[in-house]
Design a protein around this ligand. Structure first.
Ligand code: ADP
Ligand code: MG
Length: 915
């Protein structure tokens, strides 16, 4: 925010200090600590008042005699306000008082200690505890992308890069997986990156200024909602980041000789991206980044690729209805006991492995816990006592962790010996468990120090004492004795004074203004000795002090102040010790999280009656075979009847493409998704909902499911459908699994059928691009392909046709359906019987090619019937048809289409009304 020109200069020392600091943070909202409040002045005050819905007041005047706008929030409950600012797209600079105001000479020293941005928050309330919060660094070098994923709240830091013609698409899929809260890039590359990732539209939609990316002041208040998941906040850094400088930054940060220890030599673009992210967090977090202890390099090919559409339409971690976790694969599997395990499970689901060895390592470990119920239950119980070690550690590094955090850390680490003991019983049965056992460090020294030092239930504040146990620090014990003695001295004094003066209700109290005082009620004032010095008159009595009382007060207050300071010092030392163990704590945390996920997957397998999939390599002989497969999410819901399991066989010889036909609501979509989900789960290293499953390694799963609502993207639905289909045809390989649901539904029948037909042919015939495919379609004409293309097989969902209705069996059987059952669907939906009967008549006539017999209105006799040769245009001959012909659907947004539809409907109704 630049308002140097318009902002008046201030004429108090405090405002002068404010403006000096604000000048260094023109783009941030400055939360300026004043006593118990964070205050905002000038423009910032107006923005804060609007975004936070707090009162805008005035304080004093500036140099021009104008009142200074002011808004404030209480420091002890700042988090929700911070959250609102961040979600509205602002960055907040936190400016603290750096000395105790009581001892300050002149204006209290203040400094910005941290800038909070969407990608760097660590506050518990600003984060979802079972999801990562990524800051992504991005660089683009021609056709090469470098990507760094940094979760500042946990210390996870990894890099990769993408090369070649499809690098942008791969990078985009990776970003969709990470769902970063914020992306940091170079200002000079911004336009190119936004273009390549399709982010241009975000500016206008979010009310962001086109050049700066900072929210426009007007726009932001209205759009005070979360940034859409696929368009993170953007931080554009000025200047450049040459490789040499990037290397140096990282080498210095990690304290290593070179980056070869991380295996990062061949990842130059990734290194540059990491340096961008690191520079950004160092700048915003004032160098408090000690928990970034390691850089991990990964290859894009390590994981099965899931583009954004596939992630969404398979409802892996967010559902299509409200983007929440409800009814997602994650929800069904999430039996994790810790937040860390929850985050890891989520990450695993979005990063299925492609190495059969690594998958089997996980399966072996899951299998151990499937087979051993007691160990599983005991492990789960120990895990339940483990807190979020990763985020506690990050808060410790940022000095925002309090004593409760360290007590939680202590309690968590105390579980580690129990977990190791449980692992020891089973570690010969799975190499992964052996490794976890070795990686878990109980950190005994740290734990015993924390046990000795910290009380069990410390207060939230770390500056007001009450944190440290008696007997831990001799100096502290001494001060406590002094303060305690003096307090009992005061109690004794009261007793003595009551006896000496004969005032039975004499009281000794304390307040901040007078310190300790003696209070006497009006009725006994005559007994007050002359040595008492009067300080204050109340309605019911008077307050006095005496010199000896003041002497003791001095001792008590001094001791208490010293106690608070000393306790804080001790606490800070402990926090520092925790930070020194960052690497070991992180390793332990990762091992505990992994164990948590493995146990959770075992729990899911047991409660869902899943089987261990057999993983086979990819190749021409690969076969995907599922016996009695189920949809993991649907089967967990109450459908009013048991879920019907189904078999699947896909291979490259005869069963490459399965065409699935059947009436609406028969279970086609469910079936093809369940195959995708089972395949994905197998790659995650999970057991799968089936009686038996043989799953070959797959490089990608593609889906094109349903006519999704893409209004937010401002593109026509059909265009989206086609671009997603194009993505599949261009990128699917022999190793891919493709799920197509109702391709071509978004356009006219003949167009749609032709496109669907061509898509099947392409997937069947193009060498190198012959993915295993499941194709659910309402075009029963497509079933003719089985006779023509050797690797296409027809299946349909069995139904029983009774007299007047269709009963669904949800059983997939070999063969084609010869009809679309649309009329049955209409009947199920409750169309009147007469209309249904009539529709059947018309259908029959059309199928016979004999035209439709038009009934005269109200007439029952056949005499008045005419025959109408039916074509589309005949039916539609109406003035609006002319207008419809002029419409180009592909160039319309869904909103425009809706508007046009509304208009046409209104016209039709009007013409009815007037005729
Ligand atoms: P289609 O795609 O053929 O229109 P869906 O796959 O959307 O049908 O399924 C419609 C509904 O049928 C589901 O919401 C579910 O309630 C039920 N259903 C689908 N498959 C099964 C099954 N295998 N067992 C039991 N109910 C099922
Ligand atoms: Mg369907």
């Amino acid at each position: 925010m630049k308002h140097a020109g318009t902002q008046p200069s201030a004429d108090t020392p405090l405002l002068r200090q404010y403006q000096r600091i604000k000048a260094q943070h023109p783009d941030h909202i400055l939360f300026f600590r004043c006593g118990d409040f964070y205050e905002m002045f000038f423009e910032d005050a107006k923005v804060a008042a609007r975004v936070l819905g707090i009162a805008l007041t005035r304080r004093g005047t500036d140099a021009n005699g104008e009142p200074v706008p002011l808004a404030g929030v209480p420091y002890h409950s700042v988090e929700p306000y911070l959250a609102k600012m961040i979600r509205a797209g602002y960055k907040v600079a936190i400016c603290e008082q750096m000395e105790n105001p009581r001892f300050a000479k002149g204006v209290v020293k203040r400094e910005v200690v941290r800038v909070v941005t969407p990608g760097t928050v660590v506050e518990e309330n600003l984060l979802e505890n079972k999801a990562n919060n990524y800051l992504v660094g991005l660089v683009l070098e021609g056709e090469r992308w470098g990507l760094a994923a940094l979760d500042f709240s946990t210390g996870e830091f990894s890099i990769t890069q993408f090369e070649g013609p499809s690098a942008s698409a791969t990078c985009q899929a990776e970003i969709a997986r990470l769902q970063p809260a914020e992306v940091v890039l170079l200002a000079e590359e911004r336009a190119a990156i936004e273009l390549a990732l399709n982010w241009q539209a975000s500016q206008a939609e979010l009310g962001l200024g086109a050049e700066t990316g900072e929210p426009t002041r007007e726009g932001a208040a209205e759009v005070a909602t979360r940034t859409p998941e696929d368009r993170p906040a953007i931080a554009a850094l000025e200047g450049s980041m040459p490789l040499a400088r990037a290397r140096e930054l990282l080498v210095r940060h990690f304290g290593v000789h070179d980056l070869s220890g991380f295996g990062a030599e061949d990842c130059a673009a990734g290194v540059r991206a990491a340096a961008l992210a690191l520079e950004y967090v160092r700048e915003t977090q004032r160098a408090q980044v000690a928990h970034l202890t390691q850089l991990r390099v990964y290859q894009p090919g390590e994981f099965m690729m899931l583009d954004a559409t596939t992630q969404r339409s398979l409802e892996l971690v967010a559902n299509l209805t409200d983007a929440s976790r409800r009814h997602t694969l994650l929800e069904v599997l999430d039996h994790t006991a810790t937040a860390m395990g929850g985050r890891m499970l989520r990450a695993w689901l979005l990063k299925p492995l492609r190495s059969p060895e690594r998958i089997c390592e996980r399966l072996d470990a899951v299998g151990v816990f499937v087979g051993r119920g007691v160990v599983r239950a005991q492990t789960l119980e120990a895990l339940r006592a483990v807190h979020d070690l990763e985020r506690i550690l990050s808060r410790a590094v940022l000095k925002t962790a309090n004593a409760r955090d360290l007590v939680a850390l202590r309690a968590s680490l105390q579980q580690v010996p129990k977990l190791r003991a449980l692992l020891r019983e089973v570690l010969t049965e799975a190499t992964l468990l052996q490794r976890l056992y070795e990686e878990m460090d109980p950190l005994e020294d740290l734990v015993s120090e924390l046990v000795a030092a910290l009380v069990d239930n410390p207060p939230v504040s770390v500056r007001e004492g009450g944190l440290v146990r008696d007997g831990f620090d001799p100096k502290l014990d001494e001060l406590r004795a002094i303060a305690g003695d003096s307090k009992s001295w005061i109690a004794a004094m009261r007793q003595a004074e009551i006896e000496r003066t004969g005032i039975p209700n004499l009281k000794i109290g304390y307040n901040k203004v007078f310190g300790y005082y003696i209070e006497v009620s009006n009725s006994h004032l005559d007994k007050v000795p002359p040595t008492y010095i009067r300080k204050q008159t109340l309605v019911n009595g008077e307050r006095f002090i005496t010199p000896e009382l003041k002497e003791k007060e001095e001792i008590i207050l001094h001791a208490e102040e010293r106690i608070q300071e000393l306790e804080f010092e001790i606490f800070e030392r402990l926090r520092e010790k925790v930070c020194q163990q960052a690497r070991q704590i992180q390793r332990t945390a990762a091992a505990v999280a992994t164990l948590d996920v493995l146990v959770a997957l075992a729990q899911a397998a047991v409660s869902g009656d899943y089987c261990r999939p057999q993983i086979t390599p990819h190749g021409p002989d690969a076969e995907l075979r599922i016996l009695d497969g189920r949809h993991p999410v649907l089967e967990s819901l109450d459908l009013g009847q048991p879920f019907v399991p189904n078999d699947t066989v896909l291979d490259h010889r005869e069963n490459q493409i399965l065409l699935i036909t059947g009436p609406n609501m028969a279970g086609k979509s469910t079936y093809i998704r369940q195959v995708a989900l089972i395949t994905l789960l197998a790659h995650v290293g999970s057991y799968v909902p089936a009686r038996e499953a043989r799953i070959p390694i797959v490089d990608r799963i593609f889906t094109r499911v349903g006519a999704m609502d893409q209004i937010a993207r401002g593109q026509s639905t059909f265009l989206v459908e086609m671009s997603e289909t194009a993505n599949i045809l261009n990128n699917a390989t022999d190793e891919s699994l493709v799920i197509l649901d109702e391709i071509g539904r978004g356009t006219s029948t003949y167009d749609g059928l032709s496109i669907a037909w061509a898509v099947v042919e392409y997937l069947h015939n193009t060498k190198g691009r012959r993915p295993l495919t499941l194709f659910a379609t309402h075009y029963h004409e497509l079933t003719d392909l089985e006779g023509i293309l050797p690797r296409v097989k027809n299946y349909n969902v069995a139904v029983v046709e009774e007299e007047d209705r269709v009963a669904f069996l949800y059983k997939i059987v070999r063969g084609a359906t010869d009809r679309s059952y649309g009329i049955y669907a209409a009947q199920v939906a409750g169309l009147p019987r007469a209309a249904i009967r009539r529709a059947k008549e018309i259908l029959q006539s059309l199928e016979e090619g004999s035209g439709v017999h038009v009934k005269p209105a109200g007439g029952r006799s056949r005499a008045g019937e005419e025959t109408l040769q039916l074509t589309f245009f005949d039916v539609l001959e109406h003035p609006v048809v002319e207008r419809l012909r002029a419409v180009d659907i592909n160039r319309m947004t869904p909103i425009e289409a809706l508007a046009l539809l509304a208009q046409l409907v209104a016209e039709v109704k009007n013409s009815r009304g007037s005729s």
